[in-house]
Design a protein around this ligand. Sequence first.
Ligand SMILES: CC1(C)c2ccccc2-c2ccc(C[C@@H](CC(=O)O)C(=O)C(=O)O)cc21
Ligand SMILES: [Zn+2]
Length: 326
Amino acid sequence: MAAEAVDPPHRYKFPLSKVPRLPYDDPQAQRLISAQQPVVLTGSGLVDSALHWNLDYLSDNMANTQFTVYQSDNYYFKYYEARKIPQQKDFVSPTIQMQMSFPEFVEKLKEAQCSKKHWLYLQQPLTEGVGDKIVQDFVSFNWRWISKQQKENNWGPLSSNLLLVGMAGNITPVHYDEQQNFFAQLRGVKRCLLFAPDQFKSLYPFPVYHPHDRQSQVNLENPNLEKFPKVLELKGFEATLHPGDVLYIPIYWWHQIESLPQKGVTISINFWYKVRNSCQQTVTYPLAASQKIAIMRNIEKMVTDALGDINEVAPFMRTMVLGRVD
Ligand SMILES: CC1(C)c2ccccc2-c2ccc(C[C@@H](CC(=O)O)C(=O)C(=O)O)cc21
Ligand SMILES: [Zn+2]
């Protein structure tokens, strides 16, 4: 039977090298994690106890929990912080947030897949309220290995495990998080683009006080090169995740995650770890790009609070630096 016509994955206007793919117990994998470089780990067994999860199993075992489901009228799911909306008069939220049971979500998913008028993304922290079988699968994750990683890399506590169930074609646009992330793929195929923290200038982040804080202003699939010319200088990495793969997304690394269009529904679980406050660690110079981002964020917050108006921040900062000696 002829293989169904599969569109080639989107070709971007900048180079993408492959994220290294290594056995989870390979010393090189360990070196990359401690150097805060991305790596795809195979054979970890981290979520093997959940590789049988599918829509029916989750419907049967999560029946009495309400889930957060985002709806978008395109395939992008741009995250926004609702608490920052009041400061952004003209802000239009790009997605609708709904609450529903898992069976309702499966119903809506079928409708959306047929109508192709909107896309859905279920995103829910895995906490109490899930069924016993889900708890069984959850406790059977390879916690021994991941706790060892947490300790050896001096990460803070596990802050959450998000269960993610996405429609084929969904894209979470490029953004960074302030947590370490082991991203486990359970079902379907996800294509991940990653950019180092030092690509900051080429990704034009929103201001810290904007609801889209930590997100890039650039649509990587169709960049506005007049407004964002440095996009062409981007150097990225790419990883394709299959069930059982675990991608380490280092803190402050930019990432865009796509549920491949013809590969059906995707199910993922992320493991987010806070970082310890750095006052215990001695600072070594030169500073890493990620440290400079933390400094920029703090300065932007201080200046915004001091001026009391987010619209005064850019002119104030420009005044501070433009026309000064280099
Ligand atoms: C887009 C969505 C559903 C969302 C909407 C509103 C608020 C938060 C979020 C949120 C947070 C994390 C993810 C998972 C992942 C991206 C991916 O797998 O698609 C990722 O970026 C990460 O694990 O760091 C996805 C989402
Ligand atoms: Zn993220």
